[in-house]
Design a protein around this ligand. Structure first.
Ligand code: NAD
Ligand code: GLY
Length: 363
């Protein structure tokens, strides 16, 4: 077992679970599971890229440790987060003899995690779920917190559930094979955590951008662990997104989701849209007097140093505002935005004038 394995706990009463961090620690997956379940049958859900890189080996490791394993492979990409693919997975699980005693193991990025999590939440009224996230975005965000789901053709993440995993195993070693563009996209969510919750972490990112680019394992370890802890604190306070506390995680996302929709979910990666979105949100916050230019410049410089996009494609601003009205934070037809008032602190703000939103988009 590799050294330097840390664990943090998401404390949610009888739905509590551990997140384990390390470099190379996927070699200990079988023991990680054995400490947390009596099951001996795993439905391992992955995508076609991750299957060859990691899922096959993880399946073999479990088989060598006495598990029955069925590996179900979906096509890579957002389109797999669909009712059609979920149905295929349910049918295959039934045909392969999955039962209430089986566990679902999601090995992949956020697409696999959300889809496999949704299938786990619904098959046979709910199977235990374990997450092995393999993208930076999934390691710092989507594998933690229990939001699982699929898309409708007209609305992303519209059908889903809260279904907490029984454990999350994060191995930063797998990021070595992640395409550079995907790695950078994940960094947008990392910057987000600094802005919304932790000014010291933001400063750490400013000071370590070279090590981040070099994918130094100890720096990555610090980053994923800090992000997961910050997310865990939020989820512990507002597991079901009811009080507005969990909404802070959506900093920049009202803009980001509109950019993704305007590009038909094809031109921008989610993290790239988040980078553009948090710049719009910072400009909006400045416009309405919550922060000053120094804040906006600091955020822009960090995103620039991390090689994230800052200038949105040429979308129509009125269309973007219309798309923003599909946001889940919309209340009685009114847009609401998560906006900073200082580094490390944001609030959910109502009554923002559309003229200011349009100006923030065009600035
Ligand atoms: P993704 O799952 O599509 O993965 C990106 C690409 O990287 C895919 O082609 C995948 O095959 C490949 N890949 C994954 N791991 C790899 C590795 N180690 N080496 C090489 N290639 C690898 O995308 P993503 O950015 O991880 O996730 C995006 C999804 O996450 C979106 O659907 C979004 O809605 C969702 N999300 C969910 C939450 C949540 O709380 N549930 C939060 C944020 C985002
Ligand atoms: N990614 C937003 C949330 O988990 O609430």
């Amino acid at each position: 077992m590799p050294n330097d394995v840390n664990t943090t706990r998401v404390a949610l009463g009888d739905r509590s679970y551990d997140i384990q961090f390390g470099s190379g620690n996927r070699a200990g997956l079988a023991s990680f599971l054995r400490e947390r379940t009596d099951s001996l049958h795993a439905v391992l859900i992955t995508d076609a890229n991750v299957d060859q890189l990691y899922a096959d080996q993880l399946g073999d490791q479990l088989t060598d440790n006495g598990w029955g394993v069925h590996i179900l492979v979906v096509e890579a990409g957002e389109r797999s987060k669909s009712a059609e693919v979920a149905t295929e997975l349910w049918e295959t699980m039934l045909a392969e003899g999955a039962s209430r005693q089986s566990v679902v193991l999601a090995v992949g990025g956020g697409v696999v995690g959300d889809l496999a999590g949704f299938v786990a939440a619904t098959f046979s009224r709910g199977l235990d779920l374990f997450q092995v996230p393999t993208t930076l975005l999934a390691q710092v965000d989507s594998s933690v917190g229990g939001k699982v789901g699929i898309n409708l053709p007209s609305a992303k993440n519209m059908v889903g559930a809260f279904w907490q995993p029984c454990g999350v195993l994060v191995d930063v070693d797998v990021l070595k094979t992640l395409p550079d563009r995907e790695f950078r996209a994940g960094l947008a969510e990392v910057v987000k955590y600094g802005v919304i919750l932790d000014a010291n972490f933001f400063a750490y990112l400013e000071q370590h951008s070279d090590a981040i680019h070099a994918q130094d394992p100890s720096t990555l370890h610090v980053i994923v662990e800090r992000c997961c802890r910050l997310k865990a604190d939020v989820v512990e306070n507002d597991e079901r997104d009811l009080t507005g506390h969990r909404a802070v995680l959506n900093y920049g996302h009202t803009f980001a989701h509109a950019f993704e929709a305007a590009g038909n979910y094809g031109s921008l990666l989610h993290g790239e849209a988040v980078s553009l979105g948090i710049m719009c949100a910072a400009r909006l916050a400045r416009r309405i007097g919550r922060i000053d230019k120094t804040f906006v410049d600091r955020q822009r410089t960090l995103l620039e140093n991390l090689k994230l996009p800052l200038a949105p494609p040429d979308f129509d601003a009125d269309q973007l505002v219309e798309l923003m009205h599909h946001d889940k934070k919309v209340d009685g037809g009114r847009l609401r935005f998560v906006l900073p008032d200082r580094m490390g602190h944001v609030e959910l703000v109502e009554d923002v004038r559309i003229e200011d939103v349009l100006a923030a988009l065009k600035e």
